[in-house]
Write a protein of this length. Structure first.
Length: 390
């Protein structure tokens, strides 16, 4: 039997590629003749580039960019075979994990590094850009990234506005005439796992500002700044991004990419599935295994494991999820996603311990699943493994 292993990352513990290897190890340890295909997935956030390169091939590239606090750092992006498609994560250049918790300040954090990473991809000859929007430390509406790509953003005195979301309140003029001309001929996709609008009760500042370090007062200031930004974009560019689903992704980067780069916003999991050719792998498989750190209501809003499960179901392939935890929405998850959800932890264990032991726990859970598959084969419920290789 051929098994496709397509997990997301286990946040704080394992990347998607590492999780896939752990699952494969557990399966092969019990059923050595099982044919296992590794196909790690992601949804646009941290780990997206690694997941795509692990499945589709390609190569890593590096660029020196501006970090969210203005420091210089080395960020990586990927290019797919052929060299025309770049895969970029905002998290790599402007990510929350790049800033210590006690120094997080979305009022001043800049997305400039993401723009510089896009420019590096253009320099590498890429003309198709898949940009994952997720895990950012910023709520600057993508202004820093746009400035790095040549967009003019000026205050009432004709001076460039500074870094950070608070500076959007000073913005009076948007001019795209100096935008890098290579972008005009590029296909740009903004991949995100959220559909939040730019501002308002469900906007970038209110929903995600606090986790980036924004105080209640800062949240109000940032939301007002994004509202002002949306108004100027509508008046000066003729594009309404205020209520556009996904415009609030990555602190408003979604809005900037649509309004100034002509990007399409798409669900990140769908973008990854297409880029990795996962549908081709799922067709004719005997089983699909996915997984993530916690499967709950957020999963049902479009996370990668749900997309994997829906793909498998379309091709009538059974799907099982191995997870660190299960939310109260388990029944709805079974209806919408995997037919079975198996937890990793066999007994009481603290969260920190579980994260430290994640490789062992995930490998053990996969081994238990393999033993169930062996029982099913003996009962005639599953075909016996025809042999094959990993």
């Amino acid at each position: 039997m051929r098994v496709v292993v397509a997990p997301d990352s286990f946040k704080g513990s394992l990347s998607a590629a590492e999780a896939a290897r752990c699952i494969a190890g557990g399966l092969i340890g019990v059923l050595p003749d099982l044919e296992v295909e590794l196909a790690p997935v992601a949804d646009g956030g941290e780990g997206t580039v690694e997941a795509i390169l692990a499945s589709a091939g390609g190569e890593w590239r590096e660029a020196i960019v501006t970090g969210p606090q203005g420091d210089r750092l080395t960020a990586r992006f990927g290019t797919l075979p052929g060299g025309e498609t770049a895969v970029i994560e905002m998290a790599a250049a402007s990510g929350l994990t790049l800033v210590p918790p006690d120094r997080r300040d979305p009022l001043g954090a800049t997305s400039a590094g993401t723009g510089e990473l896009i420019r590096a991809a253009l320099d590498a000859g890429c003309r198709r850009l898949l940009v994952g929007l997720g895990g950012s430390a910023t709520v600057d509406g993508g202004a820093g990234a746009m400035q790095a790509l040549g967009v003019t953003l000026e205050d009432e005195n004709g001076r460039p506005i500074g870094p950070g979301g608070r500076e959007l309140l000073r913005l009076r003029r948007i001019d795209r005439r100096s935008l890098d001309p290579r972008l005009a001929g590029a296909e740009i996709v903004a991949a995100t796992d959220v559909d939040n609008p730019l501002c308002g009760a469900n906007g970038a500042a209110v929903i995600y500002g606090p986790q980036k370090g924004a105080t209640p007062a800062a949240v109000g200031q940032l939301d007002a700044a994004l509202g002002h930004y949306a108004l100027l974009i509508r008046r000066q560019l003729g594009i309404d991004v205020e209520h556009l689903p996904g415009a609030g992704a990555a602190g408003g980067m979604g809005a900037a990419m649509v309004a100034m780069l002509g990007a399409r916003v798409r669900p990140g999991a769908e973008v990854v599935i297409e880029a990795t050719g996962l549908e081709r792998r799922v067709k004719g498989a005997g089983l699909v295994i996915t997984g993530e750190g916690r499967m709950d209501g957020q999963t049902l809003r479009g996370k990668a494991p749900l997309a994997v499960a829906r793909l498998a179901r379309r091709h009538r392939v059974p799907v099982v999820a191995l997870v660190g935890g299960i939310g109260a929405e388990e029944e709805a998850i079974h209806i919408e996603g995997p037919e079975a959800v198996l937890p990793l932890v066999p007994g009481p264990l603290g969260l920190d311990e579980a994260r430290e032991q994640a490789p062992v726990l995930l490998t053990g859970a996969a081994a238990r699943l393999a033993r169930l598959l062996a029982v099913g084969a003996r009962l005639g419920m599953l075909p016996r493994s025809p042999g094959g290789k990993r």
